[in-house]
Design a protein around this ligand. Sequence first.
Ligand SMILES: [Zn+2]
Length: 218
Amino acid sequence: MNCYYCGKPKTSYEHVPPKCIFFENTDGSINRNGLITVPSCEEHNSEKQKDDEYFRFLLVMSIHSSGVHGTLNIDKFFRALNRTPHVFSSFIINPQQVFVKHESQIEYKPTIIYEPDIPRYHKIIKQICIGLFFHTYGTVFSGHIDIAYDGTMSLSDQMINDNQKELINTINILGKGIPFLGKNEDIFKYKLIDNCNKVYLLLVFYQTNEMIIRMTRT
Ligand SMILES: [Zn+2]
């Protein structure tokens, strides 16, 4: 077996998406049924742990701010964040204090906003897609990948442009009847739509964070 990313001989296996995002539920039940793994070489497995943590950080901040994390036990994550802030400080770029309030609340509360490291974040998403491609077809993906729509980084529906709206419609039509895959759907599920020279991946993290990735084969 060869590395999912570069095709060199494998030295280990790698979880796709990262294992660390599979939180347990608040009732103690585990969300780690049949996790996907792909063979990986040394280079494409080491170095990844911090990226995995960063990816989880962005996802959790997103679901936390949207208030939809519901039954997921993410308190442990916040305890670790409070206990070892130095570990997480590298994730926070240009922090600024702002005051926000939810429409149901009266008082404004202090919080911080920061700049996400988009190149790093996109690199991680692309690795996940290359991993899912390998898991599906058993070959290393060769071609171009673009993140066509990312609901995690959009603050509201108004930020979706016409091209993205059209793409979402197309995916809904093409993906009709294609089942979601992934055995822990509260955490992660995906749909793979193979259409001519393109593969579309619809990824859903924590039920609400949707992304559409277009992989164009060369
Ligand atoms: Zn490799």
